[in-house]
Design a protein around this ligand. Structure first.
Ligand code: SER
Length: 388
């Protein structure tokens, strides 16, 4: 199933059940928001989850682009991405978690044709602040889906304070042979869909208060589902990455993990640039800078003559179109190439400074701090130059 068809099937299934489609927001939360980027589909809906009436009603569905830097070190495995798309549904004080899971099960098994025998669920097992999620547990048992209660893994919050609640996650078996074990003990169970019973708000002192009305917030990673429905081993092999997979290996032969990092970071950088961010030393711009520099470090580590000037237009254009961004391909390329030039100048300065007698021996924390503060040489870059 092509990813466009996945999106259509998802949205229509929920529209048939009274949901209205809302337009996804950019990756940039509104001014004053404490987080740098939109990290999940619920994020732009926070005021409505907290009680403000939504103009389109109490049942919503959408596709939202998200960026997670918390997963940066995991990029390169089969399932994690920096920028990804999340299909989401919301009940704003309307139906409850049981109904949401019932529809989730129906869409996965009937709409997407997933074998029910390949599903596993997890539910919140309860702690000293909140009782166990018995209703979700019973729903899974009624469907004969194996279910595992956990505590930390089944509590969702967007940050230290704000709306939060117990969740029930749906996993799909990706191993060879019949399913075995359980999601917390075997990573061949891949999480595809999270249903959060968003009934609480966490206050500054860590305490929980009821939200006023019970919401349900669900999120399903599009690239993950596409990978599973298309029978691929990793998200990098689903149709959404096709233009990157087709062009990058021919340009720069890389081992599989490095190839994934390069494709993920370049694609993410294109989306971040398309949403108006430019490289800088702070905030969002620094995240973008790190993405581009990590690509350059990987490429140059193998062959110093490699450069972004060789990157063809096609994957950039495909990504801009996919994320419905207005930015011109040429202007994205300019940002990438300017940043590459800046990185090259920094490398040159780094080599000169590190050749001074003071830095010839092993570097301690104080040296690294000094090199960063005085010469603008980031720690990773210095360590990269020393190991290279
Ligand atoms: N907010 C939840 C998540 O990001 C469900 O959408 O997993």
């Amino acid at each position: 199933m092509h990813s466009d068809q996945i999106v259509r099937t998802f949205v229509e299934y929920f529209e048939d059940r009274g949901h209205r489609r809302i337009t996804g927001s950019t990756l940039l939360p509104p001014p004053g928001d404490p987080v740098l980027f939109t990290t999940s589909g619920m994020h732009p809906l926070t005021p409505y989850l907290e009680g403000r009436p939504h103009p389109l009603g109490d049942r919503l569905v959408n596709l939202q682009r998200c960026l997670r830097t918390t997963d940066l070190d995991e990029v390169g495995d089969d399932t994690h991405l920096t920028v990804f798309e999340m299909l989401g549904t919301w009940s704003l004080g309307d139906y409850g978690g049981r109904q949401s899971l019932e529809w989730g099960y129906g869409l996965l098994t009937e709409g997407f044709g997933v074998d029910p025998g390949l599903l596993h669920a997890t539910v919140f097992g309860g702690d000293d602040r909140c009782g166990p999620d018995v209703s979700s547990l019973e729903l899974w048992q009624e469907h004969g889906v194996p279910v595992e209660p956990t505590v930390e893994d089944n509590w969702w919050s967007n940050g230290p304070t704000g709306p939060c609640g117990p969740d029930s996650e749906i996993f799909l078996w990706t191993g060879d042979g019949p399913p075995r074990s359980a999601p917390t003990r075997d990573d061949r169970w891949v999480e595809v869909w999270n249903h959060v019973m968003m009934r609480h708000r966490r206050l500054d002192d860590g305490s929980l208060v009821p939200l006023g009305r019970g919401n349900v917030d669900t999120g399903l990673g599009l690239e993950r589902l596409a990978c599973l429905l298309q029978g691929r081993r990793s998200v990098f092999e689903c149709d959404l990455f096709e233009p990157w997979r087709r062009t990058v290996p021919g340009l720069w032969p890389l081992d599989e993990r490095s190839l994934r990092v390069v494709c993920d970071h370049l694609r993410s950088a294109v989306v971040v640039i398309g949403d108006g961010v430019r490289p800088s030393n702070t905030g969002r711009g620094y995240v973008l800078r790190r993405l581009i520099r990590r690509v350059l470090t990987v490429l140059r580590g193998e062959d110093p003559s490699r450069g972004l000037v060789d990157l063809p237009e096609e994957p950039i254009r495909h990504t801009l179109d996919r994320f419905r961004l207005q930015e011109e391909v040429e202007s994205v390329r300019r940002v990438l190439l300017d940043e590459e030039r800046r990185f090259d100048r920094l490398l040159e300065r780094g080599r000169q400074v590190l050749s001074r007698p003071r830095f010839r021996g092993p570097l301690d924390e104080e040296d690294l701090h000094y090199l960063h503060e005085t010469h603008g040489l980031p720690r990773e870059l210095v360590l990269g130059l020393r190991s290279g």
